[in-house]
Design a protein around this ligand. Structure first.
Ligand code: PAF
Length: 318
C-alpha cells in the first residue's frame, strides 16, 4: 500500500472538511494513494481523540487499514486553503465553513459532496469569488466506531457545474479526487444528477429510519415497496411540474438498484438518528416539500416523513 507523504501542508493540499462517512472514505483512500490531503476536524478536543486513535480506520472487503491522515482543527490550519472538499452534513456546512473562513483563499476551489440541496447557493453568497462545484456520490459507507468506517457498497460519483467554462477545472478535479477504487466522472448535467440523488435519498433515508433497517431490507416486504412507490409517485409528479421528468425516468427501478447495491449499508440518516445527531431531513425531504408547496403539488407522504423524522428525539451535547 502506498503511504501518503507527511510533508507540511502547501497550497496544493486538498483539505477535507467533514470527517463523517464520506469525508473519511475519501480521506482514507486518498491517503492510501499517497495524495497530499489533510482532514479538518471540529476542534482541538476532536483532534486529540483522533490522534489517540492513530487515524481513520477503514474496513473494506474484510480488510482493515489504519490511515494516519494528517489532520488539523480550525485553529491549527497554517496555509491558505486553495482546494477544499466539503463533506459535512448539509445543515452543518455554513457553520463549519465560517469556522475556517479566515483560512480559505478568496479564489479557492470547493467541491460540495453531500446529500440534499439548497446549500450551494448559500456558500456562493458567502464566498463570492470562490469556485464552488457540486458533486454527488452513491458510494455507501457507514461508521462502525469512532473514526472507524465500513465501505459497504460501491456507487458512482459525479461532479459538475452549471457554469460552462468550468470544464477544464472539472476534468482536473475529477482526476485528482479519483482515489482508487473511488472514481469521479464529470457530468454535463449535474442538476439532473443532484435531483436524481435527492429523489433516491427522499425514499431510502427516511424509510430506513422509520423501519430501522438497512437499505436492502426496504425491499423485503410489499408494505415497504408500496411506500417506496408512493414517495416515488409524489416526486415524479413534482418533477413533471418542474419540467424535470426526464431526470427521474425509471425512478422506482433506480431506487431499487441503489437499495440492492448498498443493501448492507445503514443510510446516513439512520446512522444520524441512531447516534442522536441532527439529520439532513430538511435538505432532503424538507427541500422537496418546500418545492411541492410552492408549486401546489401534493406530497403527503413526504410531508408525513418530514414531520415524523423531525419529531425524533436528539441527544443533547454540551
Ligand atoms: O445517504 C445515504 O446513506 C446514501 O446517499 C445512500 C445512497 C442512500 C446509500 O445509503
Amino acid at each position: 500500500m502506498v503511504k501518503a507523504s507527511l510533508s507540511p501542508a502547501s497550497e496544493r493540499t486538498l483539505y477535507i472538511l467533514g470527517a463523517g462517512a464520506i469525508g473519511s472514505l475519501w480521506a482514507a483512500y486518498g491517503y492510501q494513494a499517497g495524495a497530499d490531503i489533510r482532514l479538518i476536524l471540529r476542534d482541538q478536543n476532536t483532534l486529540g481523540h483522533y490522534r489517540q486513535h492513530g487515524g481513520i480506520r477503514l474496513i473494506s472487503a474484510n480488510q482493515t487499514w489504519l490511515c494516519p491522515i494528517p489532520a488539523d482543527c480550525p485553529e491549527s490550519i497554517s496555509t491558505p486553503i486553495q482546494h477544499l472538499l466539503i463533506t459535512t452534513k448539509a445543515q452543518q456546512t455554513l457553520d463549519a465553513l465560517r469556522c475556517i473562513k479566515s483560512h480559505i483563499a478568496t479564489q479557492a476551489v470547493m467541491v460540495l459532496l453531500q446529500n440534499g440541496l439548497g446549500i450551494v447557493e448559500q456558500i456562493r453568497r458567502e464566498f463570492p469569488r470562490a469556485t464552488v462545484l457540486q458533486g454527488s456520490t452513491t458510494e455507501a459507507c457507514y461508521q462502525q466506531n469512532r473514526f472507524e468506517y465500513v465501505h459497504a457498497g460501491r456507487g458512482h460519483t459525479f461532479i459538475g457545474s452549471t457554469e460552462n467554462d468550468q470544464r477544464t477545472v472539472l476534468l482536473e478535479l475529477a482526476e485528482s479526487l479519483s482515489f482508487p477504487p473511488l472514481q469521479l466522472s464529470v457530468s454535463d448535467n449535474i442538476d439532473a444528477v443532484l435531483w436524481r440523488k435527492l429523489a433516491i435519498n427522499c425514499v431510502i433515508n427516511p424509510l430506513t429510519v422509520i423501519h430501522r433497517c438497512r437499505n436492502g431490507e426496504l425491499l423485503n416486504s410489499s408494505e415497504r415497496r408500496a411506500q417506496i412507490q408512493q414517495i416515488v409517485n409524489e416526486i415524479l409528479a413534482l418533477s413533471s411540474v418542474l419540467g424535470r421528468s426526464e431526470w427521474v425516468a425509471n425512478l422506482y427501478e433506480l431506487v431499487t438498484e441503489v437499495a440492492t447495491t448498498t443493501a448492507a449499508n445503514r443510510s446516513s440518516m439512520l446512522q444520524d438518528v441512531e447516534a442522536g445527531r441532527d439529520t439532513e431531513i430538511d435538505a432532503i425531504t424538507g427541500y422537496v416539500c418546500q418545492l411541492a408547496e410552492q408549486h401546489n403539488t401534493p406530497a403527503p407522504m413526504n410531508k408525513q416523513l418530514l414531520d415524523d423524522i423531525k419529531r425524533l428525539p436528539k441527544v443533547t451535547r454540551c
